[in-house]
Ligand binder design. Structure first.
Ligand code: ZN
Ligand code: ZN
Ligand code: ZN
Ligand code: ZN
Length: 305
């Protein structure tokens, strides 16, 4: 690295973090958590903050990943923004060309940063290039609110979201692993302004969301009921549930595995992973004169051995 270029002042503060033997095209992107013996050699916080600022794209302000581009004056740019600046450096307006900033890429490879979900309890420290991958799967990453009827952007851990559903969405809470629910709607012919119903069940020390809603499947109006699990997918697989709906001597039964709330409500619905009831059948189960939807859904949740 040239020592005459003031642009790299911040980088020269910690030259020992660069491994000169490392091949420039084989940056280590392996994922590993630091143990305590390694943490003694971590760059100090001030230097990492400076380097982190250098790694911020001046256009989109996101962290930059290889290939990092630079203009002939040394201004850097992320690979996402490069095609959008019409070959002009957004900082000095000079021609951008195809110069790659290997020095900065290497410095980035030497950085180790805490997971961004540290405040949620994650204690992992990750190399710059594997931090994103970890964060996309971090067990401490917050869940998004499972309420379906509105675009709610609240995020948090499960106890927080349970209180949020109860207090802010006025969701019904039930304890126990069996339930018997009645859904009544006075004008079942309006599927367009679909109603979403959500009930939260607590059993086995866990929380489950029972969704019920009307939607349009192709041209056909249908109802769907399904269960989501308020924890991660690997835990969800330990549970099963059944739903039963019927009337007039007929019934439909669904048995399934609850889906984690990591999967969006829409994704579960659009994969039809639940009890689907065609409207004609739903009105038949409702009895009466087809003016009112009156469905009784009985269900059970159990833990697989
Ligand atoms: Zn950018
Ligand atoms: Zn420039
Ligand atoms: Zn993490
Ligand atoms: Zn919410």
């Amino acid at each position: 690295m040239s020592s005459g270029n003031s642009y790299y002042d911040d980088l020269r503060m910690k030259p020992e973090v660069i491994d000169p033997s490392e091949n420039e095209d084989t940056l280590d992107i392996g994922e590993h958590v630091n143990d305590t013996s390694e943490s003694a050699s971590k760059p100090n916080a001030a230097v990492s903050t400076n380097v982190r600022e250098l790694l911020e794209c001046p256009v989109c302000l996101n962290a930059m990943y290889p290939p990092i581009s630079q203009c002939s004056n040394g201004h850097t740019l992320c690979s996402g923004c490069k095609p959008r600046v019409h070959n002009r450096c957004p900082t000095c307006r000079h021609e951008l060309g195809n110069i790659r900033c290997l020095a900065l890429e290497k410095v980035a490879a030497s950085l180790e940063l805490p997971c961004k979900y540290q405040s949620f309890g994650c204690i992992g420290i990750y190399p710059y290039y594997s931090k994103l991958k970890h964060e996309s799967q971090c067990a401490y990453r917050p869940y998004t609110c499972p309420y379906a009827g509105s675009e709610c952007s609240v995020i948090g851990d499960i106890p927080f979201l349970v209180s949020h559903l109860k207090d802010d969405h006025k969701v019904d809470m039930h304890s126990g692993s069996t339930f018997n629910h009645r859904y009544v709607k006075s004008n079942p012919h309006e599927v367009e302004n679909a109603t979403w119903m959500l009930t939260v069940f607590s059993c086995f020390g866990q929380y489950f969301c029972l969704h019920f809603e009307a939607f349009q499947l192709g041209m056909a109006p249908v109802y769907i009921a399904f269960l989501r699990f308020m924890d991660d997918d690997n835990e969800a697989k330990n549970y099963s549930y059944s739903l039963e709906v019927g009337g007039n001597g007929r019934k439909m039964v669904w048995q399934g595995v609850p889906r984690s709330i990591r999967d969006s409500h829409r994704k579960v619905r659009d994969s039809f992973d639940g009890l689907i009831i065609q409207r004609n059948m739903a009105l038949f189960f409702s009895g009466g004169d087809r003016k009112e939807l009156k469905l009784r859904v009985a269900g059970r949740i159990w833990k697989e051995q």
